[in-house]
Each structure stands twice: as structure tokens, then as C-alpha cells.
Design a protein around this ligand. Structure first.
Ligand SMILES: Nc1ncnc2c1ncn2[C@@H]1O[C@H](COP(=O)(O)OP(=O)(O)OP(=O)(O)O)[C@@H](O)[C@H]1O
Ligand SMILES: [Mg+2]
Length: 362
């Protein structure tokens, strides 16, 4: 990925909530350094109480650092005079949509954010319509939010942030209260917003969601303990388990398939020995009859070019799209995943696992 401009820069951030009477002050964040680039999609994961929400609230000056600095597009969040400029840059969507909807009519609700930012009224009209269309809630615009389902309310809350046209949107467990379909719909809106150039910060307990980010940040006890691409992070299974975090189903499955695939190829390579043992009694083995020599050279060349681990990927592909080769596991595998090749064989960098529409690069 090309190096992009830093959008949010967090330096040595410590945050302590007001201590109760007689209690010692403890740091909810204890020295976090983090950069979020323009247009980047960053997932933040960690156990309950690890400091994710506290971190996100520091990203748009809803909380101010006890120590350290947070800069949004170069502006210090501790600078009072910049607070509204910062909130024009970073929008927030929270877990409970009921706490975010304030008006009795949906379109008024979506207009609330831009009104606060001082956007002219004709412009607000345009933005509200556009935002409601983006989350497919335009037809409900005259209705009251109390008539909506949780997922629909969350879509309206997102429309409110879209209408503010912030460059970055922070979602703090925005899908936590939704069913799998509702979660999928919100994730698809998030991915669209990302593809349109918004930076996304996604706080989630669902690793399948985190796997879709450009970068995953793992928090533990107020500190950043891991940071990297989903592939890097999920490779550290042991470390994640220590932090009581899971790896996504699709990644587990890919690993299982990879092992299976490499066993399959081992078997394939051994097959000639099994079928034609007499040919292997001499050294070098007389592998192919004379007239097939040409093909054997081609085959060996292809193996050489593809390198062994990519053969593993090929196996993943084969087993994924040909589940009948694996009748016993097909029932487990197919409802959740199909595996297919990313590009042409010559550009075989990896396989892509699709878990119910959620793409995971492995
Ligand atoms: N308003 C508050 N007053 C005092 N302490 C708080 C407050 N909010 C959070 N904390 C404490 O700060 C720490 C970090 O909390 P935070 O809400 O940031 O964690 P989190 O990672 O978002 O957790 P969760 O996954 O449960 O949402 C916790 O120890 C929590 O008890
Ligand atoms: Mg939280």
C-alpha cells in the first residue's frame, strides 16, 4: 500500500477518568502512539475495558488527553479554538442507535449534525437526501425513528455522520446490537464509505469485521500491544489467545484448508511412486516415458515458478470450488465460504476467502 498522509496522529496518549472519592486515579490509556492515514481503514480490537472507546473519544476531542497529544489533520485536539474544525473532520457512530437519534422525524435527525456545523440550509437539504439514499433509508425520511428496527436506526445514525461529510468516521461497536444480517448491511456501508475515500476507524469484537481493515490495532490494558495487517495479526494466534482474542472463522478455515491442500499435493507427488514403483528403483528415476519428457519439463518449470506455498493456495482453491472432492467437510465449508483465485494463475499471490461476502486476503 502506498504511503499516505497522516490524518490522525496520537503521541504518548494517556487518559485517566476522574477518580471516585478515595479511589486512586487509573489510566484507561497508558501511553498510546498511533497514526491513522488519510483514507485508511483501521480496526481496533481488544478485550472489554482495554481502552478502545476511550481512544476513539480522544480522536474527535470528546475527551482530551491527560498526557500526550492527539492531532487531527494537524490540529491539536487540546486547542479549544479548533474543536469545531476537528469535529468537521471526524464523525462518530456508537453502539446504541437510540442514544444517537434526537429528533422525532428521521430527516431532521440526519440534518442535526450538519446544522450544528453551521452548514447552509439548502446544502443541508441536499446532503440529507444524499446520505439517506446512501444508507437506503430515503423512503423512510418522513417517518419517526421509533418505527424503525435497530439496524435501520443505526443506518439513520450513519446517515447523520455521512451528512456531516467528515473525512474520518469512527464506529464504536456500531454493529454490536444487530443481528448477522444487520451487521452485514452496516459493514457493507462502511466498506462503501471507505472505497469513497473516508478514513474508517472500526472498533469491534467481531474479528471477521476487523479482518476487512487495512490495519488492525490490538489494545490491552490501555496500551497498544499489536499493530499490523490482518494477515500479520492473525498469524500470531498464540499471542491473540493470550489476549483472549479469537481469529476469524475464515482465517481458521483457510489454515485448515492449507494443511489439507498441502497433504493433497504431497499425495499427488507420491502418486507416481505408488503407481509405478519400478520406475523409481533407478536413480535418477525414469519418471516419464520418452514422449512425455517435454511435458515433465514444463510441469517441473511450473512448480518451480509457482513455488511450493502457492501450490498450497492452489489446493485451497481447488478444494474450495470443488467441495465434492471433500464431501465430509463440504457441509461445513460451503455455506460459509467459497475460495477462489484472485487473479490469473501467473499472478497467484494468494487465495481470497470469502466469508459471506466479507473478503479476507490470506
Ligand atoms: N466514564 C468513565 N468513568 C470512569 N472510568 C471509565 C469510564 N469509561 C471507561 N472507564 C474505564 O476506562 C477503562 C477503559 O474503558 P473503555 O470504555 O475505553 O474500554 P473498551 O475497550 O471500550 O471496553 P468495551 O469493549 O467494554 O467497550 C476501563 O477500565 C473502564 O472501566
Ligand atoms: Mg467500548
Amino acid at each position: 500500500m502506498q504511503k499516505k498522509d497522516v490524518f490522525i496522529k496520537i503521541e504518548g496518549l494517556k487518559y485517566a477518568y476522574e477518580a471516585e472519592e478515595g479511589q486512586e486515579q487509573t489510566f484507561a490509556l497508558n501511553g498510546v502512539d498511533l497514526e491513522i492515514h488519510k483514507g485508511e481503514f483501521v480496526a481496533i480490537v481488544g478485550r472489554n475495558g482495554s481502552g478502545k472507546s476511550t481512544l476513539s473519544l480522544n480522536m474527535n476531542a470528546l475527551l482530551l488527553p491527560t498526557e500526550g497529544k492527539v492531532y487531527v489533520d494537524g490540529m491539536d485536539t487540546a486547542d479549544d479554538s479548533k474543536i469545531w474544525d476537528i469535529r468537521k473532520k471526524v464523525g462518530m457512530v456508537f453502539q446504541d442507535p437510540d442514544n444517537q437519534l434526537v429528533s422525532s422525524i428521521i430527516e431532521d435527525d440526519v440534518a442535526f449534525g450538519p446544522e450544528n456545523l453551521g452548514v447552509p440550509s439548502e446544502e443541508i437539504r441536499r446532503r440529507v437526501d444524499e446520505a439517506l439514499k446512501a444508507v437506503e433509508m430515503y423512503d423512510y425520511r418522513k417517518k419517526g425513528p421509533h418505527l424503525l428496527s435497530g439496524g435501520q436506526k443505526q443506518r439513520v445514525a450513519i446517515a447523520g455522520v455521512i451528512a456531516m461529510r467528515t473525512e474520518c468516521i469512527v464506529f464504536d461497536e456500531a454493529t454490536a446490537m444487530l443481528d448477522p444480517l444487520g451487521r452485514k448491511e452496516i459493514m457493507s456501508i462502511i466498506k462503501t464509505l471507505h472505497s469513497e475515500g473516508h478514513a474508517i476507524v472500526l472498533i469491534t469484537h467481531f474479528m471477521e469485521e476487523a479482518a476487512q481493515a487495512d490495519k488492525i490495532v490490538v489494545l490491552s490494558e490501555g496500551k497498544k500491544v499489536m499493530e499490523g495487517t490482518p494477515a500479520d495479526i492473525f498469524e500470531n494466534k498464540a499471542e491473540l489467545e493470550k489476549l483472549y482474542l479469537d481469529i476469524p472463522f475464515a482465517v481458521k478455515m483457510a489454515a485448515a484448508l492449507r494443511v489439507t491442500a498441502s497433504r493433497f499435493f504431497q499425495f499427488l507427488f507420491r502418486l507416481p511412486v505408488i503407481l509405478f514403483p519400478e520406475r523409481f528403483r533407478q536413480f535418477p528415476p525414469n519418471l516419464f516415458p520418452e514422449r512425455f519428457q517435454f511435458f515433465s519439463v514444463l510441469f517441473i518449470r511450473a512448480v518451480h515458478d509457482l513455488r511450493i506455498h502457492q501450490l498450497g493456495d492452489m489446493g485451497v482453491f481447488i478444494f474450495g470450488v470443488l467441495p465434492q472432492a471433500f464431501p465430509a467437510r463440504a457441509v461445513d465449508i460451503m455455506p460459509h465460504a467459497q475460495v477462489f483465485l484472485d487473479k490469473s494463475l501467473s499472478q497467484l499471490p494468494s487465495a481470497v476467502i470469502v466469508d459471506q461476502d466479507q473478503q479476507v486476503q490470506v
